[in-house]
Design a protein around this ligand. Structure first.
Ligand code: UD1
Ligand code: MG
Length: 455
């Protein structure tokens, strides 16, 4: 690891036209987190680094996101989007203040770059290069700048695809956009870049030739395509998402989580899963989920904003919304929705229920079809169920309501008043029975039908 200080310049001012979206490109998400946040999180994790983010005028949402994720960042505005070199120069005052630092340019639309790859790039500067470029060999190089090497394998220049000859387009080694500089006065070097090219833009990639002409060494460090996928279109966003998911699943499996069909499990950037958790196919994790040791997640669960306690068993087909707190050894079965509700240790809700804004005491049993009626169109109110209570099937609990510990609720009841501990509450008509009724009924009906058919 390099011990020199460094300045990250994160470019985020591009229009992102190819996304065809009203949202700025760098706010589009990978694993539930903006691409900009991915890049800033990685940069923040590198010791000795300061961060400058370049945005376009009016991109307040982008600045706000940068400050949310990395409160120490400095924001610079690029007045007009005239290319990547012009964008870096928007942070000129930071470049000029940090003359002793390595400058590392990151693109906010290249969200998968990892700290260890950045460190490998910096090692090239330690090895004597004035500029180092992270290169890669994509399966499909279309759209990327090509790296031109000289006979001894050092970097001669970068050619953007639109300016490349047919021969140059056949080059497989491409520019990731990630570049590191150790140049006495970088702003001076970059201001020599012109815009005589197909897009009439100031290309950062032209810095290579200028640096070489100034007698600096230019190096290429190669990395895997998956580290530097650039996202310009929705399809590339999906490709980056797939790479992120594959990495995260592997990391969890290495840490002792089992997934029998990992490719069907969708994780969020902040998902926490402890060891010995097992996850069946087709499970989706939204934001803010923590799963504790040994829990079993059966197929087709959708989980967000929830904690799943030790040894709990949830699903198949269960839905957890924000504020679901599932205690140790709790069982939640199919078609149960839990929102803002705590279930204490060993409680069970095995079938077809809605548990919203409640507390379910330890060991309580919630029968099939139980509904917490928590909303009257204006207010949300609370359902409290004591330890060991038994709620019969098809019960409506009209909140606010308290069911005492150990109480029983008869099936089919609509409970509107609090129930004392240990009591039975039942709310339905008394059952009536008429002996022999069925036989008489059938006799009358078949006689009538036969008479009607004779007419
Ligand atoms: C760029 C590189 C290309 C490389 C590719 C990798 C240049 C000239 N081209 O092309 O060699 O293979 O990335 O993904 O550098 N941006 C600004 N201001 C601008 C223009 C762009 O801030 O005026 C930002 C964008 O928000 C984006 C990044 O710079 O984060 C790259 O811009 P983009 O337009 O996506 O460049 P590419 O065409 O992908
Ligand atoms: Mg791009």
């Amino acid at each position: 690891m390099s011990i020199r200080p460094c300045l990250f310049v994160v470019l985020a001012a591009g229009k992102g036209t190819r996304m065809k979206s009203s949202l700025p490109k760098v706010l589009h998400k990978i694993a539930g987190q903006s691409m900009l946040a991915h890049v800033l999180t990685t940069a923040s994790g590198i010791a000795g680094g300061k961060i400058a983010v370049v945005v376009a005028p009016g991109m307040d949402a982008v600045s706000a996101e940068a400050l949310r994720v990395a409160p120490g960042v400095r924001i610079f505005e690029q007045a007009a989007q005239r290319g990547t070199a012009d964008a870096v120069l928007a942070a000129k005052s930071a470049l000029d203040e940090e003359t002793g630092s390595d400058v590392i340019v990151l693109f906010a639309d290249t969200p998968l770059v990892r700290a260890e790859v950045i460190e490998r790039l910096r090692a090239a500067l330690d090895g004597g290069a004035g500029v180092a470029v992270l290169g890669f060999r994509p399966k499909d190089p279309a759209g990327y700048g090509r790296l031109l090497l000289d006979d001894d394998g050092s970097l001669e220049g970068i050619r953007e695809e639109q300016d490349a000859s047919d021969a140059e387009r056949k080059i497989g080694l491409c520019n990731s956009g990630v570049m590191a500089f150790r140049v006495a006065k970088l702003s001076g070097l970059l201001s020599q870049i012109g815009s005589a090219n197909a897009k009439s833009e100031f290309y950062l990639t032209d810095a290579i030739e200028i640096a070489r002409n100034a007698g600096l060494k230019a190096a290429v460090v190669e990395c895997d395509e998956t580290d530097v996928l650039g996202v310009n279109t929705r399809e590339q966003q999906a490709a980056a998402e797939a790479v992120w998911q594959a990495r995260a699943r592997s990391a969890f499996m290495r840490d002792g989580v089992s997934m029998i069909a990992p490719e069907t499990v969708w994780l969020n950037f902040d998902t926490q899963i402890a060891s010995d958790v097992s996850i069946e196919p087709n499970v989706v994790f939204g934001a803010g989920v923590k799963v504790e040791e040994g829990a079993q997640i059966l197929g087709f669960c959708h989980i967000e904003g929830a904690t799943i306690g030790k040894g709990a068993r949830i699903g198949p087909f269960a839905r957890f919304r924000p504020g679901a707190r599932i205690g140790a050894k709790v069982h939640i079965g199919n078609f149960v929705e839990v929102k803002n509700t705590t279930l204490e240790e060993g409680a069970k809700a095995n079938h077809l229920s809605y548990l919203g804004d409640g507390i379910v005491g330890a060991g309580a049993n919630i029968g099939a079809g139980t509904i917490f009626c928590n909303y009257d169109g204006y207010n949300k109110t609370k359902t409290e169920i004591g330890e060991g209570a038994f709620i019969g099937s098809n019960t409506s609990l009209v909140a606010p309501i308290k069911i005492g510990a150990g109480a029983y609720i008869g099936s089919g009841s609509v409970i509107t008043k609090d129930v004392s501990p240990g009591a039975l509450a039942i709310e339905r008509n008394t059952q009536e029975e008429r002996p022999g009724w069925a036989e008489k009924f059938r006799a009358v009906m078949s006689r009538r039908k036969a008479a009607a058919q004779r007419k």
